[in-house]
Design a protein around this ligand. Structure first.
Ligand code: FES
Length: 152
């Protein structure tokens, strides 16, 4: 069987799907490989992610990995959520076919983008490197040239 039972379960019954009107942080990322999009919403209280929702125009594997990712970060501290890797999500789902691994990256990046948005909106200082392996959609925003003819 190509997909594990857990993948099928989270694909057919995704957890935490939807929108959040009063989110504290929203992350939207695109998958460089397939062009699919993921939006992640978090609600934070005292440094804990008390609620999380996601919406995706991604494939079944993207749905399953995002669903699992939301379950893994709900009730956890922001720091713990930032530690979440796509590898850990894939392991929790008992694996994905190799050609679908890129889909799981969407979930990890969306979580990070949502946390980054939370930090930005609340004026919380952070180490940009935590969000950047130089390769993710949320970080390409930093790539804009600095010169841009700015006046002093
Ligand atoms: Fe695009 Fe899976 S094919 S997220």
């Amino acid at each position: 069987m190509l997909y594990s039972e857990k993948v099928m379960d989270h694909f057919q019954h995704p957890r935490n799907v939807g929108k959040m009107d009063d989110a504290d942080g929203i992350g939207e990322v695109g998958n460089a490989v397939c062009g699919d999009i993921m939006k992640m919403y978090i609600k934070v209280r005292d440094g804990i992610i008390v609620d999380v929702k996601f919406n995706t125009f991604g494939c079944g594997s993207a749905i399953a990995t995002s669903s699992m990712a939301t379950e893994m970060i709900k009730g956890k501290s922001i720091e713990e959520a930032l530690e979440l890797s796509n590898k850990a999500v894939v392991e929790a789902l008992d694996g994905l076919p190799a050609h679908k691994l890129h889909c799981s990256v969407l979930a990890e990046e969306a979580v990070k983008a949502a946390v980054k948005d939370y930090y930005d909106k609340h004026g919380i200082a952070y180490d940009a490197e935590k969000f950047c392996n130089g390769d993710c959609a949320c970080c390409h925003a930093h790539d804009a040239p600095e010169d841009g003819g700015k006046e002093q």
